[in-house]
Design a protein around this ligand. Structure first.
Ligand code: NAP
Length: 297
């Protein structure tokens, strides 16, 4: 049981974490801070946080657990802002969808407090952002990836595992390099493709007409194109090398299928589709979820 959660970023993920901790009776008090005072106040009105702090530093003062749930590009400034307020025994975590850049931000921002920091990424989310959409069960049955570094105190990795486990998540540990290459392949590239596909479609003279006739295939393929622009701008830039490598692999596969179509090679085309069909049919989600709108960011 923690006495006080210091929450920086009262949005979908931060708010859900606070609600989950409260529901599991793992925290007594939540002090929150968001960039806009109106967001922080809304989080208080909704009962997600108990106290609205006027600054990030004040939100973490006296906290024995701290969660950063801000867009990844805001990490370094946030670590710097809270450094002097972090208690020597406090557990500090983030939830960023990319890990290499956040760890670099923590090295620069936290300095002597780096041992307190356990980088974390819950593989759960929604296309919709903001505190209104926060829910206590968001992480139930979902993976949470921890990517501790050499400086991370083992005791803090243990505490982080217990907290996420205590709110129903399955905890995995891997290096940040493995994390960033994995999620470039299975999350970041699909988002990039969905954004580009929808833009390419809507930008055509007949785009609106096409869209008005679209069915379930379009709905399923394009769902994640409705995701938050600031969050995804940051993720795609932060993990650009890995995402661009995945994009090149995708282009090669696309070209192979385009060539088969252009040459009328029906057997080659069918084989490509069959390969994909088999892989997709055998795929099992890593963790069960009751969320139709999960994002896996
Ligand atoms: P969100 O709902 O938009 O919440 C982000 C919150 O951060 C907002 O309350 C925003 O405040 C606040 N914020 C932004 N810049 C800040 C700053 N400099 N200082 C303090 N607060 C700041 O976004 P989210 O979906 O929760 O995403 C948060 C993090 O979770 C991101 O790093 C993302 O990569 C990660 N993540 C997201 C998902 C997902 O599916 N959404 C899944 C896993 C991980 P204002 O309202 O005042 O702007």
């Amino acid at each position: 049981m923690f006495e006080q959660l210091g929450l920086i970023g009262c949005g979908l993920i931060g708010g859900s974490f606070a609600l989950a901790l409260k529901r599991a009776k793992l925290v007594k008090r939540v002090v929150g801070y968001s960039k806009s005072p109106s967001t922080t106040e809304r989080a208080r009105q909704l009962g997600v946080i108990d106290v609205a702090a006027p600054s990030a530093l004040l939100a973490v003062s006296g906290a024995d657990i701290v969660l950063l749930a801000v867009p990844v590009a805001a990490s370094e400034a946030t670590f710097k802002a809270i450094r002097h307020g972090i208690g020597s025994d406090a557990l500090v975590m983030d939830v960023g969808s990319t890990k290499g850049d956040v760890i670099e931000a923590a090295r620069r921002g936290l300095q002597g407090q780096l041992g307190n920091f356990v980088p974390a990424h819950p593989i759960a989310g929604k296309e919709v952002s903001g505190i209104e959409h926060a829910e206590a069960s968001l992480f139930t049955g979902r993976h949470v990836v921890l990517t501790p570094i050499k400086s991370t105190l083992r005791s803090n990795v243990q505490r982080a595992s217990q907290v996420w486990g205590g709110i129903g998540a399955n905890v995995l540990t891997m290096t940040h390099e493995e994390h960033d290459s994995t999620f470039a392949a299975v999350s970041h590239l699909p988002h990039l493709l969905a954004f580009a596909y929808v833009n390419g479609l809507a930008g055509q003279p007949q785009g609106e007409r096409f869209l008005s006739l679209a069915g379930p295939g379009f709905r399923d393929f394009s769902r994640i194109a409705a995701s938050d622009p600031v969050m995804w701008r940051d993720v795609l830039l932060a993990n650009r090398e890995q995402v661009l490598a995945q994009s090149r692999a995708f282009r090669a596969a696309l070209l192979e299928m385009e060539n088969a179509m252009a040459e009328g090679e029906s057997q080659a085309l069918e084989q490509s589709i069959e390969r994909a069909r088999r892989v997709r049919a055998a795929w099992q989600p890593g963790a069960s979820s009751s969320h139709d709108s999960q994002q896996d960011a």
